[in-house]
Structures are given as C-alpha cells and as structure tokens.
Design a protein around this ligand. Sequence first.
Ligand SMILES: Cc1cc2nc3c(=O)[nH]c(=O)nc-3n(C[C@H](O)[C@H](O)[C@H](O)COP(=O)(O)OP(=O)(O)OC[C@H]3O[C@@H](n4cnc5c(N)ncnc54)[C@H](O)[C@@H]3O)c2cc1C
Ligand code: FES
Length: 515
Amino acid sequence: MNDAAKVLDGPDLAIGIPLSRVADGAMLLGHAQGEQVLLARRGNDLFAIGAFCTHYGAPLADGLLVGDTVRCPWHHACFGLRTGAALRPPALDGVACWRVEQRDGTAYVREKIEVRDPQPLPVQAGHPDSVVIVGGGAAGNMAAETLRREGYSGPITMLSADASRPCDRPNLSKGYLTGSMPDESNFLRSPDFYEKHRIDLGIGVRVASIYPGNRLVLLADGTHHGYGALLLATGAEPVQLKVPGSDLPHVHYLRTVADSRALVAKALASQRAVVIGASFIGLEVAASLRSRNVAVDVVGRETVPMEKILGTEVGSFIRKLHEHHEVKFHLGTTAVAIDEIGVTLQNGEHLPADLVVVGIGVRPALALAEQIGLATDRGITVDEHLETSVPGIFAAGDIARWPDPLSGERIRVEHWVVAQRQGQTAARNILGRRERFDAVPFFWTEQYDFGLAYVGHAERWDKAELAGTLDLETRDCTVTYSRGGKKLAAAFVHRDLDGLRAELEFERANKGPTA
Ligand SMILES: Cc1cc2nc3c(=O)[nH]c(=O)nc-3n(C[C@H](O)[C@H](O)[C@H](O)COP(=O)(O)OP(=O)(O)OC[C@H]3O[C@@H](n4cnc5c(N)ncnc54)[C@H](O)[C@@H]3O)c2cc1C
Ligand code: FES
C-alpha cells in the first residue's frame, strides 16, 4: 500500500454519513477503523472496500464504477464491490471489504467482511486430471492462480526457464532499474504462496519437447511430466544484435530478473551508456539510467522514436522529453560494431560507452509449438477460447495470436496486462468454461515523470488525432488512432478516467449492439 494510505482522508464513515452525500453512481473516499475506505453507491446499494489498488497503490476513488465493480485508474485492474475481489489483473490480490448499514438516511461502515479463499472442488467431469503450464511469466502465473481461485484441486505444475520465480517484468526497466524499488518488488509472489496453493513451481527448468500423443512434456534434464491439459506461455525472447563485439561482457539485454540485476550492477559502475533501440524497452532503460546519472546515447533505425506505435506527435514529444534529460539521439542509423570502449555507427561515428544495452525487439518463443506442428503464424494461432490447433493445448501471452473482435483481425501483442488476462481466460477454459477472450488490449509506459496509457490495438492507422496539449510544460492529451474512419485505439496522458471510459467503450463494441 502506498504512503497515502497511512494518512486518513475524508469523513469517518464509521460514525455515519448522510446518504445525500453519496449520489447514485458516485464514490467517496473516507475512513473507518483506521483504514481508508472507498464508499460507492449503486442505486440503493452501498459498498465499502479498500481505497487503494493492490497493484501499485492507485487511489480507486479516481477510477471508474462499472456495474458492481470499480476499475483502477492507473493500469485498469478491476475489483468487485461486493467482496473486494481482484477480478482483473494486473492486481493479483483483492482489497478489504466492509459491511455497510443504512439507517434513517445515514450510511455506516461497520465490520470487515471476512473473505475466505475458495474451497477446492472435487475434480469434476470435464476438468483435466492435471495441468502443466510451460512458462512462469505473466500469463503462466496468472493461469496457475486462476485455476486455484476457480477451485481446481488437481495438480498444477508451472515450469519456467527463468532462474527466478515469476516476476513483475514491467518493474525491471522502471522502478527497479531507477533504484526506487527494492529487489523484492520484482517478484509477483513469495515462495510460500506457491506452496500454500500447491502450485509446483519448477524454476530454471526448460521444456525441451512435448509429446501430445502421450500427453507428456520432456525437460532438458531428461525428466518428464504427464499432463491432462497443457498451457503454453513461453513469452518472447529478446532479438539478438549480431554485429562484431555484441558478445562482449558489457553488452546487456533486459528480460529477466537476472538480466536486470546484472544491468543495475553494471550501471552502478558506469559513466556512459549506449542504448541500441529506441522503442519502449530502450527508452525506459534510457530514462532509468539517466536517473542514475549515467550519460546516455540512444541509437535507433527509426527517425522518430516510437513513431510506428504512437505516431509522430507523441514520438517527437518523447524525443524532446529525453533530450530535456540530456539523452543524445542517433536516429535513422544502427550500430555496426561494438568494442570495449564504445559503439560504432553506420556512418563511422564512434560513441564512447562502458555499458551497452540492446533493446531491439522480441520474438515469440515458438520452438516448442513448431516442433509439435501447432498452427503458427508469427505466433501460435489460437481460437477465441485461446485453444491451439491441438485440442487440450492452450496458449496465452506474448506467443498467442488470437482473433481480436474489435479489429476483426488476428493479433498478437506484447503487453503485460493482456498476457495476464489471457492466462486467466485460458485457465477457465482449461476447466471447460468456453469463455471468449475479448479483453481490450491495454499497455502503459513510464519514462521519467511521464506516463502514457494505451487502450485498443492499432497496428496500422491512417489518422492519429491529438486532442489537448503535449509539450514539456503541459501534458494532458488524448490521441485517437483510426483507420478508414474506425477508431481502433487511443493513448492517454494524464487522462486516466478517459482511458477507462475508452476501454469500456471498446468492450461494448466487442460485445456487439446488445451490450
Ligand atoms: C523490461 C520489460 C518491461 C516491460 N514493461 C511493460 C510495460 O510497462 N507495460 C506492458 O504492457 N508490458 C511491458 N512489458 C512486456 C510484458 O512484460 C510482456 O508482454 C509479458 O511479460 C508477457 O508475458 P508472457 O507470460 O507471455 O511471457 P513472459 O512474461 O516472458 O514469460 C515467459 C515464460 O516462459 C518461460 N519459458 C520460455 N521458454 C520456455 C521453455 N522451453 N521451458 C520452460 N519455460 C520457458 C520463460 O522462462 C518465462 O518464465 C515489459 C517487458 C520487459 C522485458
Ligand atoms: S495501480 Fe491499480 S492497476 Fe496498477
């Protein structure tokens, strides 16, 4: 919980508040029993839940009420008002929930409602006798947790090639790399969590092959695991730069906790870095290194950073933002060689560096899928239930290409929240729910004190319209991306509520005219 939670704001809801102060559809921040409470009203119903998001501590009072849920303003987690349960990631844990009593036109927040962990259900018809999850990232971890939340009582095995337990990857290039967050903040859960929920977590374990006929996965160490249902959540791997010197020890990539620890250790001893790649990872790394006072040059093939994803206006602003922080850009070019003291560019220029970070994109980790002949198309092709071309094998996260109801196209994205939500849906479908994956893609980026949230998916657009202001002094805008007159996505700067409303609007469009 963030520091704001320690200061008790708003009225004392335990001594009562006139109902007239909480309009239908409104939320009010108050406190009860020494804790901050969010009071929300839906018609005649009043709900009281914890006031801060369990993800990174956003104030839920700034979020959006949708039915009997509230959505978090920062990264769009969703909590149920009736129980406080975390219904949608990135929040993994629910918030507290209090009983509200109404008497004579006054609402009183009473005792906390105890929310019990779901009871394991006896293995049911249609449930697999065991589940193996290949991958311990956003999608894999969420799938394992969801299986237990849904009461699945069979064995769950999660196998991860990473050397550490499931981590908060977005934190690796942001809070942890800037030094504002401790090492422990990198992990989604404690080791005890997996033990308590009987999730058999294999760390540093690589699956070498799969035998769908025998329902077996074979590990690189020669051991094997049988499965009733299989989820592939192998994510993506950084594209390797292949130039002379790219294997030198001061050349770093960033995907895992081990990568991030190595980068932090090196940054502490470095004066000058060259970041190769001017997209999200490269620019977040550049910003974080600047906060450690490392001088940074950024090299990118594009002429405007992130132009392809966010358009010229946002891209130009991001360049200015970094330049304001004394980052030097070398765009429309690339590195042709690296040596112990720097990086040589195409035009022969040599940039001095004692640290080089390569962030030139990722490739979905498809080797296992291809080996067993799953249908692939620059990702594993899945249906709307996230099932692959082989029944009983599901795929989720950065590797999955799914039919996106909004664009009508098959898309694959590399976003944290999408991977988690796919893990959630895949888990339910492993249990036979036949739930359609129709979540609206969402991502965010943070660089210095600048944050941007993006809702929807526009791989190509013919119009990017900026409403508001985006310059170094004033950052308050919405950028709408559309093609052929159809709105496909929107980006928001300092407009959290508009971002939530846009998500809802896209969701309704996904569900069709009756929604
Ligand atoms: C530094 C960084 C910052 C990011 N910041 C953001 C952000 O701000 N916002 C955002 O939306 N997205 C962000 N992303 C992207 C986001 O983290 C990914 O989209 C997300 O992690 C994808 O989840 P996943 O489960 O598909 O794959 P991953 O999280 O990559 O997990 C894949 C797992 O599969 C395992 N694996 C692979 N092959 C095998 C095998 N053969 N056997 C066993 N295990 C295997 C890996 O070890 C790993 O455990 C960031 C990514 C990085 C690297
Ligand atoms: S702080 Fe609420 S979703 Fe991130």
